[in-house]
Design a binder for this molecule. Structure first.
Ligand SMILES: [Zn+2]
Length: 431
């Protein structure tokens, strides 16, 4: 009998709990902020705006769409190049090269709005306050800027379809954990859902495209733009330290200046791993610094609302009212133009990029080929299809060619050494 009572008691408390939790989940649903369509473009609208901007300013801007895919998954990426000279394909190697990526995480919509704002200012359709136009243009004459306005287009589309907390790509991989530096290492607080690093380094088409772009463009500055907090990060993300040497000090002094002038000392400055509260393995910025040898490699976090509930992702990662939205875009576009202005001052030192990080740049044959092929394709066509199969075949042929050359050389050398050393060897043998 007692067991029956306790069973009934358990049953009633369970149903009360279930009832209570369903009420609180309804409350959570109510508290979730939807995307503010008055402030934010849809990704297709944003890319359309950028497309028409490029067509209005062919003297400054060019654009290409890179398609890549594997295992039935396809990813398209738009790359916009800004160059004021007559050479528009970004091949002018004497210029200071800046590579920018926005929207690597789907839910961080405000970053892609910043991309559009920067392009509008570059094409002189919008203006920064208190800027001398001549000085502004002479600054920009020295630059080539390549910008990826929406790196993770497939993930972004999931967000637009209502999955407001999605940060990963269209098949659930975090594009900022899919790079090869310290890839796949898992911390105690590792979140297998949010931080899924993929099946291997560069398993994802988006990461492959970004890597090729970085290797062929070989930038002096890399900035990976995110949101969720206010921070100016430099390497490393995978350990609790910053690199040693003068290059590292230059990075830090540039960030301190940007923090003071444009973030009003609110931004966290330092290594991503040391400042953010967790270590991140396989990130883009660590790869750009360690492998591509970009002397100034950064991750910027441009906005965050720490008061938002964990499920209220649009509010947590993006300004939701008009005034904050404008303030954030104004401050951060000014920050970027400060970097465009002061970056070339580091030109001489930055040119000796290998020296900056204290060792020669080592890139594998595959990486070299990826960069090389990308550069050829950039030269011959605006609309690029990077076919994985084609790339694989070219790689295989190249490897076979290398192998046969080495074999031929070996045979040739061994013949020469035989004919030259046959006598001494024979005369040494009798004993
Ligand atoms: Zn992010």
């Amino acid at each position: 009998m007692a067991s029956l009572w306790s069973f009934l008691f358990l049953l009633s408390s369970f149903s009360m709990f279930a009832c209570f939790s369903s009420v609180s989940s309804e409350e959570n649903d109510i508290a979730i902020t939807p995307i503010n369509r008055d402030l934010y473009h849809s990704s297709s609208d944003l890319l359309e705006q950028i497309n028409s901007l490029v067509h209005r300013h062919p003297d400054k801007l060019t654009m290409e769409t890179i398609a890549n895919g594997n295992k039935g998954y396809q990813a398209e990426m738009t790359v916009v190049t800004y160059s004021r000279s007559s050479i528009k394909d970004g091949d002018d190697r004497s210029k200071f090269r800046i590579l920018l990526s926005f929207g690597q995480h789907g839910r961080e919509l405000v970053t892609t709005e910043l991309a559009l704002r920067i392009l509008s200012i570059l094409s002189e359709e919008q203006f920064l306050p208190n800027v001398d136009r001549d000085a502004f243009n002479s600054t920009l004459d020295k630059l080539v800027i390549k910008m990826v306005p929406v790196e993770n287009l497939n993930g972004r589309k999931l967000v637009e379809q209502g999955d407001l907390c999605e940060r990963r790509n269209g098949r659930g991989v975090d594009l900022n954990r899919n790079w090869s530096v310290d890839w796949g290492k898992k911390e105690k607080d590792y979140d297998p859902y949010e931080e899924n690093p993929g099946t291997a380094p560069f398993s994802e088409p988006e990461t492959q495209t970004m890597r090729r772009l970085a290797l062929s463009f070989d930038p002096h500055v890399w900035i990976n733009v995110h949101s969720g907090m206010e921070a100016l990060f430099m390497p490393y993300d995978h350990k609790n330290t910053t690199p040693e040497g003068s290059a590292s000090q230059k990075m830090r002094s540039l960030l301190n200046r940007v923090n003071k002038d444009h973030c009003y000392d609110r931004c966290m400055v330092g290594s991503g791993g040391g400042s953010v509260g967790y270590l991140a393995h396989g990130t883009a910025t660590d790869y750009m610094y360690d492998v591509v040898k970009v002397p100034m490699a950064f991750t910027f976090e441009m906005y965050g609302d720490s008061t938002a509930s964990a499920k209220d992702c649009f509010k947590m990662f993006n300004p939701i009212d008009h005034a904050t939205f404008n303030r954030v875009l104004n401050d951060w576009s000014a920050a970027f133009f400060e970097i465009f202005k002061t970056g070339p001052n580091h030109m001489d030192e930055a040119h000796s990029k290998a020296a900056a990080s204290g060792q020669e740049k080592f890139v594998s044959i595959d990486e070299y080929l990826d960069g090389y092929l990308m550069e050829r394709k950039n030269r011959y066509g605006k609309k690029i299809e990077v076919l994985d199969l084609g790339m694989q075949e070219i790689r295989t042929y190249f490897r076979l060619f290398l192998l046969s050359s080495v074999l031929l050389l070996f045979m040739f050398c061994s013949r020469i050494s035989k004919s030259m050393s046959s006598r001494p060897i024979v005369s040494a043998l009798p004993l």
